[in-house]
Design a protein around this ligand. Structure first.
Ligand SMILES: Cc1cc2nc3c(=O)[nH]c(=O)nc-3n(C[C@H](O)[C@H](O)[C@H](O)COP(=O)(O)OP(=O)(O)OC[C@H]3O[C@@H](n4cnc5c(N)ncnc54)[C@H](O)[C@@H]3O)c2cc1C
Length: 268
């Protein structure tokens, strides 16, 4: 049955009050092959209880209505045991308040069609990559780095923007990767520094300003050009629009079905 709740929550990690990492194990079916960077639908019936911290939903839904939304996979495409997702709650939304109410052992629906062109498919292994995200937009990059993005011949930069330091999901994993790989640079940046509970010594600039500051030259000793680098942009549509403008001005091309470019985009 297409709409059966066909998977079980096996782990829930609270990253911050607004963000959780969910591990989901297929119940009686095999995960199909998918590519790192792709997304899949998660679904629950409207009869599922909403999280206590959620607000009223925008529109009352019939209890048997299935609520389906797209989520990028953050686990490795090589891992066939479970899927991982990094999700932020939209308190007035339909699905996320129900997702946030789930606990280990609860059932959830997972679509079986993994889709999306936001992958490393069209990126030569010799090209550098810059992975730029806001919030949970870092999820597809974690999948790429856990799958096949790592490669000694390329330089990899992850620039991750969030409101506060506690919203920087996967920070330890990315710091570890940076520490053990001379070709990886991880730059977390926060925009709401006044709310920090402890001193934040890191970046506070917008992603666009970090890009313009030529951090690549300082940190990885190269200048990104359309010839040597592909740039991935994921998350907030405003950030994607602003970054795309800057990159197009620097002669990078947007990657589309009918056009091989160096700017790869996934809007949440
Ligand atoms: C390719 C892709 C990948 C994604 N991956 C991720 C991911 O990895 N992690 C992640 O957290 N998110 C991801 N998203 C976003 C995700 O799909 C959902 O959009 C998000 O979780 C919100 O879902 P929701 O059902 O809780 O909110 P929704 O019900 O969709 O509501 C969103 C907002 O719109 C408002 N709203 C709803 N209906 C109306 C209306 N009729 N008129 C006006 N306002 C309305 C709500 O009040 C709420 O503020 C991805 C999206 C895409 C397209």
């Amino acid at each position: 049955m297409k709409n059966k709740l066909n998977a079980i929550i096996s782990q829930v990690i609270s990253v911050s009050p607004n963000m959780k990492i969910f591990r989901v194990v297929p119940d009686g079916w095999e995960l199909p092959d998918f590519k790192a960077g792709q997304f899949v639908a998660l679904f629950l019936p409207a009869s599922s209880a909403r999280y206590v911290d959620a607000t009223d939903e925008f529109k009352q839904l019939k209890p048997d209505k299935l609520i389906r939304r797209a989520y990028s996979v953050s686990s490795s495409s090589k891992n066939k045991e479970y899927l991982e997702f990094y999700i932020s709650i939209v308190r007035s939304g339909a699905l996320t308040p129900r997702l946030f109410n789930l606990n280990i052992g609860d059932k959830i629906g997972v679509g079986k069609k993994f889709t999306g062109m936001f992958t490393l498919d069209k990126v030569d292994k010799s090209k550098n990559i810059v992975l730029i995200a806001t919030g949970t937009g870092v999820a597809p990059y974690i999948s790429m780095l856990r799958s096949d993005a790592m490669n000694k011949n390329r330089k990899i930069t992850v620039i991750h923007g969030a409101s506060n330091s506690w919203d920087l999901g996967y920070r330890s994993e990315l710091e570890l990767l940076e520490n053990i790989s001379s070709n990886v640079k991880y730059i977390p940046t926060i925009i709401d520094a006044e709310k920090e509970k402890a001193k934040w010594n890191g970046e506070r600039r917008f992603l666009q300003d970090i890009w313009k500051d030529k951090v690549f030259l300082k940190c990885l000793n190269y200048i990104p050009t359309p010839e040597n680098t592909h740039i991935f942009l994921c998350g907030n549509p405003n950030m994607i629009e602003n970054m795309s403008e800057i990159l197009i001005y620097e002669n990078f091309l947007i990657h589309k079905k009918n056009q091989n470019g160096q700017i790869h985009i996934e809007k949440f």
